[in-house]
Design a protein around this ligand. Structure first.
Ligand code: NCD
Ligand code: ZN
Length: 362
């Protein structure tokens, strides 16, 4: 990591103007398929070398053959000259086949399996209805060292939506950690202080991804001056105390926390609807937003660990070569990305952000 500081003679302090880090990875990306894939992939590929690709297509990516096919479509959709590498995942259902899962892992087709409690989020209706019943699958994953990535929210309609993550952790995650002491688990998009502490308490084999949006919005933001559909995602943003705890976790340098943007594009028509789809398209502004948070928290020296080291280490991947430079240079963010006859609204789109992405070297 390399930082360029400028000394300000008036205030007598110096300020970082430019930061160059090892190229980063995004450990939680929704790229979708077809026209949407074509429209959003360039933004992720411009910032990240590798992306862990979420399998919640319709139908979901449940077989080695489907993952291979989807991987090919992503590679084909890359902009010219891009070296972006999709890391595929397998969508777990009640019918998950441990031999198929092992085969895909050993053949290097997928790096992890994704567990959605059935109905928990977008395209999770094929998900798992009985987590303990998947014990044979988890035992196999323990044996081969394959991580499970968990969307940690209770699907009990009687549980308040703001308590669903907490309920899942108590009722499902802690028992799962106990039943499978060798299972590697990523708790995706951590949104509460207590979940961050659970990650820390299981640091030898658990990790947590943190999104850019959960570092900058809280639950009140969703209702700021009216209902803001483009700030609605799952897990939904929580109280301010949780946002502050997430900022602390992300910027702490602890090896168990790393980038997972959960960039989840939906068409404007699906967001500005009677029943708004869950998901925030954060892929176009991810690094700028994360870096702003690290800057505000006086933790720029720990940015590279969060962005480019911790996740790769957890997954047992080599660190990327090459660098990306971010500069303290205000730049306006595009408001939306065109997709067919509609568009996807960009998180923080239309605003001016203090940091901009500069040169990338390979
Ligand atoms: C994601 C999506 O749209 O696929 N939505 C979201 O709100 N994050 C699914 C998910 O990760 O929950
Ligand atoms: Zn997601």
């Amino acid at each position: 990591m390399n930082v360029t500081e400028l000394f300000d003679h008036v205030s007598g302090t110096s300020r970082v103007e430019r930061i160059t880090i090892r190229r980063p990875d995004d450990f939680h990306v929704h790229l979708r398929d077809g026209a949407m894939l074509e429209a959003v992939l360039p933004f992720t590929a411009a910032q990240f070398v590798r992306g862990v690709i979420m399998p919640n297509l319709v139908p979901p990516v449940t077989s080695v053959a489907m993952a291979r096919g989807y991987r090919e479509r992503i590679l084909k959709a890359r902009p010219d000259g891009s070296d972006f590498q999709p890391l595929m995942t397998c969508y777990l259902t009640d019918a998950a086949d441990r031999d198929e899962i092992e085969r895909g892992f050993r053949d290097g087709v997928w790096v992890a399996a994704k567990l959605y409690p059935a109905g928990a989020t977008t395209n999770a209706h094929f998900g798992v209805t009985d987590i303990p019943a998947l014990a044979p699958v988890f035992e196999r994953m323990e044996t081969i060292g394959m991580p499970v990535l968990i969307h940690g929210e209770s699907t009990d309609p009687d549980v308040d939506i703001f308590d669903r993550e907490a309920a899942f952790m108590e009722q499902s995650l802690l028992p799962l950690l106990k039943r499978h002491p060798g299972l590697k688990i990523v708790i995706e998009h951590v949104t509460t202080a207590e979940t961050a502490d659970i990650v820390r308490a299981h640091v030898s084999r658990a990790a947590g991804t943190i999104t850019p949006h959960h570092l900058v919005i809280n639950r009140s933001s969703i209702f700021q001056g009216g209902l803001r559909p483009h700030l609605y995602c799952l897990p939904v943003a929580k109280r301010e105390r949780h946002r502050l705890a997430l900022r602390k976790a992300a910027t702490s340098g602890e090896p168990c926390f790393f980038i997972g943007t959960d960039t989840a594009p939906h068409r404007r028509t699906a967001k500005e609807a009677e029943c708004c789809s869950a998901g925030i398209f954060g892929g176009a502004t991810a690094l700028q937003t994360y870096l702003q948070v690290f800057d505000e928290e006086c933790a720029l020296d720990r940015f590279e660990a969060f962005a480019s080291v911790n996740g790769a280490r957890f997954y047992g991947l080599e660190l990327n070569g090459g660098t990306i430079t971010l500069e303290r240079r205000e730049s306006p963010v595009l408001a939306a990305v065109a997709v067919e006859d509609t568009e996807v609204v960009v998180f923080q789109g239309g605003q001016t952000l203090p940091w901009s992405v500069g040169e990338v070297t390979r």
